[in-house]
Design a protein around this ligand. Structure first.
Ligand code: 3MF
Ligand code: MG
Ligand code: MG
Ligand code: MG
Length: 386
């Protein structure tokens, strides 16, 4: 009953299912797979919609033209065999030493120009495979010491690069929508635009705000101890949720990229509820990887589990929305008053005067019951299937 379908728009990345299990303290525990092999692995997992990539996940940074053409040919064949799409592409602006002090915000003008050129080429590569969403994660855009970079100048450099690339996308008719992904730290000590909300403000200062939105990632906001659901809500309400990175993470820890739903059952439930209630029908990318202990069969279990968890939570959300007792409690706590609502829903001089005149019984209002313990326990019972 929880079988995913391509129409669910679940996606994985070459870098997520292809993750060979290295960490800062130890090397890989799994063999590195060629892109076409990663597509085949995903093809063995029913219900996947697509696979996303960074330019260099597909084509190594030092590849010759002949090598690049062969890789693309094999990759395209694997896509055809499996029916997988490439809905999103992005640029690796973090791995190569040239970006050690940032890409768009580097202190070196030539590195900034190289970064923009690298994105232009990567946009072309994404477009070749049909990508319509282009993600920007500024992994190296930050600082360890604020002695090294002016953070106001950094914002201006970022804006200059994005304005340039928006116009390039328009000129080339790529049809991309840009999605900015925030992260508070890792790999930099501090990354600029640390949370999704920062990007929502930044977008409004761009030359083409209409083609720019966000790609919030659950683990990134949880690293900072923030409520991810609220960040996504802000994006949704602003019409800016262009993409989402689903995964999980213990609060406040290093970047763990765990399987979606594996830690934060309750936050994951309310996230799915938000996406269901507000009819988000965009891409749902699992930006996570299997445990370092897993072999490739277990990586498939990881991919199946990510989607299954989402579908189970979706089912629980439907139960929540139909549950008579829960809905009764919700009606009870959302108290209506036509008179009060009319007064403040729209400003007018007469409304303002009437509101100033009106008497409120503060003590009585404070006494109205809010059975939130009862409601919250019902959520627990529902999730646990009790
Ligand atoms: C790092 C990330 C990135 C981004 C990716 C753009 C390497 O924590 O989340 O993954 O998601 O660069 O999609
Ligand atoms: Mg991440
Ligand atoms: Mg990560
Ligand atoms: Mg991500």
């Amino acid at each position: 009953p929880f079988a995913p379908k391509p129409a669910d728009k679940f996606t994985f990345g070459l870098w997520t299912v292809g993750n060979p299990g290295a960490d800062p303290f130890g090397g890989p525990t799994r063999e590195k797979l060629e892109p076409a092999k990663i597509v085949e692995l995903l093809g063995d997992v029913p219900g996947v919609h697509g696979v996303n990539f960074h330019d260099n996940d597909l084509i190594p940074i030092d590849a010759t033209d002949a090598e690049a053409n062969q890789i693309k040919k094999d990759f395209r064949k694997a896509l055809k065999r499996t029916g997988l799409k490439v809905p999103m592409a992005t640029t690796d602006l973090f791995r190569d030493p040239v970006f050690k002090d940032g890409a768009f915000t580097s202190n070196d003008a030539e590195i900034r120009a190289y970064a923009v050129q690298k994105v232009m080429r990567a946009m072309e590569l994404g477009a070749e495979f049909g990508a319509k969403t282009y993600v920007f994660w500024g992994g190296r855009e930050g600082a360890e010491s604020d002695a090294t970079k002016d953070p106001v100048v950094a914002i201006k450099r970022m804006r200059e690069a994005i304005d340039f690339l928006c116009q390039y996308s328009i000129d080339r008719k790529f049809g991309y929508r840009f999605a900015f992904e925030a992260k508070p730290n890792e790999p930099r000590g501090h990354i600029y635009n640390a949370v999704t909300g920062s990007y929502l403000a930044f977008i409004q200062t761009l030359k083409h705000p209409e083609m720019c939105g966000v790609n919030p990632e659950m683990a990134h906001e949880h690293m900072a101890g923030l409520n991810f659901v609220h960040q996504v809500a802000a994006a949704l309400e602003a019409g800016k949720l262009f993409h989402i990175d689903l995964n999980d993470q213990e609060f406040g820890r290093f970047d763990q990229d765990y399987r979606f739903g594996s830690i934060s059952y309750k936050h994951s439930f309310f996230l799915v509820k938000l996406l269901v209630d507000y009819k988000y029908d965009g891409l749902k990318h699992f930006d996570s990887h299997a445990f370092r202990q897993s072999n490739y069969d277990d990586v498939k279990a990881f991919a199946r589990g990510s989607m299954r968890t989402y579908k189970i939570l979706e089912h629980k959300v439907k139960q929540f929305n139909k549950d008579k007792d829960i809905q009764k409690l919700l009606r009870q706590i959302n108290r209506k008053s036509k008179a009060a609502e009319q007064l403040v829903s729209k400003y007018s001089k007469s409304n303002a005067n009437a509101l100033l005149e009106r008497e409120f019984d503060r003590k009585k209002l404070a006494e109205r019951p809010l059975p939130y313990e009862e409601l919250d326990q019902r959520v627990f019972d529902l999730m646990m299937g009790v």
